[in-house]
Design a protein around this ligand. Structure first.
Ligand code: MG
Length: 451
């Protein structure tokens, strides 16, 4: 029955091109469905958007839908995603809505929903919204109960103050901040400057055409930032994606920090129990071993990290993509708080390049094998049942997301079917380059043998 209902939500909310996929009709229906889902009349929804040209149009359409189903709207205006999560929590709203396409190009937009704890909607919640939209089961109200709009601008300064209370930074560093003309522009440099640090900004004027750089904080898109860090002798460079739920760092030599190592470094500083995804490096485990901490692995995707943090009461969680969750603060990934945490670590313990250099690293291989979509299930079944036998030092095998085989020496291999393309993906890390090659060859030959 459920299969008949078209999917609207992908791995990170509803996402698509404006006008064809993200339409006014869809936005209004999502607004009505969201209001219906939380109970309608008298409920409270906070809504914010990033720097895209289509934002106010989409915001107004969603808002119209919400009001028609009786909930009230608190408008936050242009804010980073973490502020929507924070505001939902702080203002005791029933729901948070962020209009953003994160790192996608200008012509895209998207809608992402947040729980009152700041945690992203789970897949089950998203399926319920899809069902309401599909069946048009909207709780529309009569004229006397239509919702109202209020604006809230004071939450921004509350957020900034609360962020600053989360860290202890003396302000001795020079920091270059590149917000890629996204929603972080209005907050991230302000917060970092308030710590006392010397801040140089790059692409910190919000602009939906993203004239400075592509909003994806990849190495190719951060060349300018790397140059500026080096040229100004800065201690660190910080880059955000379009909605600033992610953070990427550039070290004091103007080199992009390895994502896994950065995650390992911050995990090490937090200690205790931390959550990361099955594709994150063993260097995270190594660093946590060092402080007697525990690493819990989950499926790829920040909402899965959030769910497991809640289940296990962990103190931190993150994906190698730079999406980090600080549960003591809020359950929404926060690239600005992540930046502050890294700045504090550098200020306390010395140059980022040196600290990252001390983290053990292992050769990593990412490979893929083309296959028909209908073959994926059979391949994964065989991988699950037979592949572990091909290795002689297996420590454990888990099926959290695909099949992940860990060896006694710390090497591991993860086999997953691609969710969007006709591939089986092989991700692995070897204790040595030789070991990595050996694991790759065994895995590849095994899968090719099935095809
Ligand atoms: Mg993002």
């Amino acid at each position: 029955m459920d299969e008949m209902i078209p999917k609207l939500f992908g791995t990170s909310g509803i996402r698509g091109k404006v006008g064809t996929e993200i339409t006014l009709d869809l936005a209004t229906k999502v607004g009505m469905a969201a209001s219906t889902y939380i109970g309608g009349k008298g409920r409270k929804i906070v809504i914010g958007y990033d720097s895209r040209t289509s934002n106010q149009m989409v915001e107004n359409a969603i808002t119209a839908g919400i009001l028609q189903c009786g909930s009230n709207v608190i408008r936050l205006g242009m804010v980073p995603t973490p502020l929507v999560g924070y505001a939902a929590m702080k203002l005791k709203a029933d729901l948070g809505i962020m209009i953003t396409a994160s790192h996608n190009p200008s012509q895209y937009n998207g809608i992402k929903l947040w729980n009152p704890t700041g945690m992203a909607y789970t897949q089950d919640q998203e399926r319920t919204i899809e069902r309401i939209v599909h069946k048009k089961n909207f709780l529309k109200v009569e004229w006397e109960n239509i919702g109202k709009i209020e604006n809230n601008e004071s939450i921004v300064s509350e957020y900034i103050n609360d962020l600053l209370n989360e860290v202890d930074i003396k302000g001795n560093l020079k920091v270059v901040v590149d917000c890629g003309n996204g929603a972080g522009s209005l907050i991230s440099p302000v917060v970092i400057r308030k710590t006392g640090c010397h801040v140089i900004t790059l692409n910190c004027q919000p602009d939906g055409f993203f004239p400075g750089r592509n909003p994806e904080p990849s190495e190719a898109n951060l060349r300018e930032l790397m140059k500026v860090v080096k040229a100004t002798g800065a201690d660190i460079g910080i880059a955000h994606d379009g909605d600033a739920d992610r953070m990427i760092a550039i070290d004091n030599n103007g080199k992009m920090a390895d994502f896994d190592k950065l995650l390992a470094l911050v995990s090490h500083s937090i200690g205790g129990k931390i959550v990361t995804t099955v594709d994150a490096s063993f260097s995270v485990d190594k660093c946590m071993e060092d402080v007697g901490g525990e690493v819990i692995r989950t499926k790829v995707g920040d909402v899965h990290v959030a769910e497991v943090i809640v289940e296990t009461n962990a103190s931190f969680g993150g994906e190698p993509s730079g999406t980090w969750l600080h549960p003591d603060f809020c359950m929404c990934p926060d690239g600005i708080l992540s930046a502050l945490k890294i700045i504090q670590i550098v200020e306390e313990k010395g140059p980022l390049s040196k600290q990252l250099g001390e983290i053990p690293s292992y050769p990593t291989v990412r490979d893929k094998i083309e296959c028909e979509d209908i073959q994926k299930t059979l391949i994964m079944e065989k991988v699950k049942e037979e592949l572990p036998e091909y290795f002689d030092n297996v420590k454990d095998v888990n099926f959290i997301d695909g099949v992940r085989i860990s060896m006694k020496d710390g090497s591991w291999v993860l086999i997953r079917p691609s969710g969007t393309e006709s591939y089986i993906r092989i991700t692995l890390e070897g204790k040595t380059m030789e070991k990595a090659r050996e694991i790759r060859n065994i895995s590849r030959e095994f899968i090719e043998g099935i095809l």
